[in-house]
Write a protein that binds this ligand. Structure first.
Ligand code: BJW
Ligand code: ZN
Length: 238
């Protein structure tokens, strides 16, 4: 029988593709770089070239990697006739590249940028244009908006910024409509995304977590599969 799944995914979903997570010890981005200096609107106002260069480096890294068996497993469920909504905190496009079509990005997208003042975009997107950055990124002045002269910024959600309302509402709607929620690879530390598994529980939905470690979400899930995303999602197909 067809099931309506909602996958709530975090950085651990893409770890096996080679995308660094944020909070896994020394390999996590926030173990190597300072979030306050790079991932807040204040940081961008203070030093736009530092922040723009760092995100261009991450965009370049993302273009070097491929979806893993976990992303492919989620897409395969939809091909088998299940309804699948992906609500991701990830800024990468690996779910889409694996073939998932219903993907909501709660924290924006790394391969997109927009004017900080008027939200205009440019074609081709300057965040991926002529990329050849050194490890960690080089200072690079962000391009100026041709409409208003404002600086281009990565189209991601920084600390202290609101989540895109339409994505958030779509995420809540998908949870309300689904039969089963699967939380994959998030530490459950960052609000408001971390509250979604609780919302699901309160709506009476069964919640499964796939994460080799315990997380902030583990105490409230029905089932925890302590294994990597690729293994857990392939098991879900069996
Ligand atoms: C595997 C695996 C494998 C490994 N398989 N698993 C105090 C208390 C409560 C809240 C706050 C507070 N102070 C401030 C806040 C608010 C703040 C917040 O929550 N901060 C906390 C950190 C304390 N939140 C915000 O600021 C949010 N906005 C907001 O609140 O707005 C209010 C507002 C309302 C109205 C108007 C204006 C404002 C915004 C949050 C934005 C988060 N942005 C980032 C950066 C995005 C851009 C970028 O990429 O640079 O989003 S931070 C970073 O964390 C990124 C991620 O999406 C997010 C979550 O991380 P995630 O995915 O959970 O990754 P990790 O690394 O934490 O965990 C990885 C997991 O994978 C681990 O569990 C591993 O075990 C597992 N794993 N390998 C499966 N193979
Ligand atoms: Zn502008």
């Amino acid at each position: 029988m067809a099931t309506h799944f909602v996958f709530l995914t975090g950085a651990g979903m893409s770890a096996e593709s080679g995308v660094p997570t944020f909070r896994d010890g020394l390999t996590g981005l926030w173990g190597r770089f300072d979030a306050e200096t790079l991932a807040t609107p204040q940081a961008f106002r203070r030093d736009p070239a530092l922040v723009w260069g760092w995100y261009r480096w991450r965009a370049w890294q993302l273009l070097q990697v491929q979806p893993n068996a976990g992303h492919r497993g989620i897409a395969e469920l939809a091909r088998r006739g299940h309804r699948v909504d992906v609500v991701t905190q990830n800024v990468d496009d690996l779910h889409e590249r694996a073939g998932s079509t219903e993907v909501r990005h709660l924290h924006g997208e790394l391969l997109r940028s927009r004017c900080i003042d008027c939200s205009a975009r440019a074609e081709p997107d300057p965040i991926t244009l002529a990329l050849d950055p050194p490890e960690g990124g080089a200072h690079e002045t962000p391009p100026a908006c041709t409409v208003c002269g404002g600086a281009f910024r990565p189209d991601v959600v920084w600390f202290g910024e609101a989540l895109p309302e339409a994505e958030w509402e779509a995420g809540l709607g998908a949870i309300a409509a689904c039969d089963r929620v699967v939380v994959v690879g998030t530490s459950g530390m960052v609000q408001p995304a971390a509250s979604l598994p609780l919302v699901a529980r309160e709506m009476g939905k069964p919640v499964l977590e796939i994460n080799p470690q315990r997380s902030g979400v583990t105490p409230l899930v029905d089932e925890h599969w302590a294994m990597p995303a690729s293994t857990g999602l392939q098991r879900l197909l069996d």
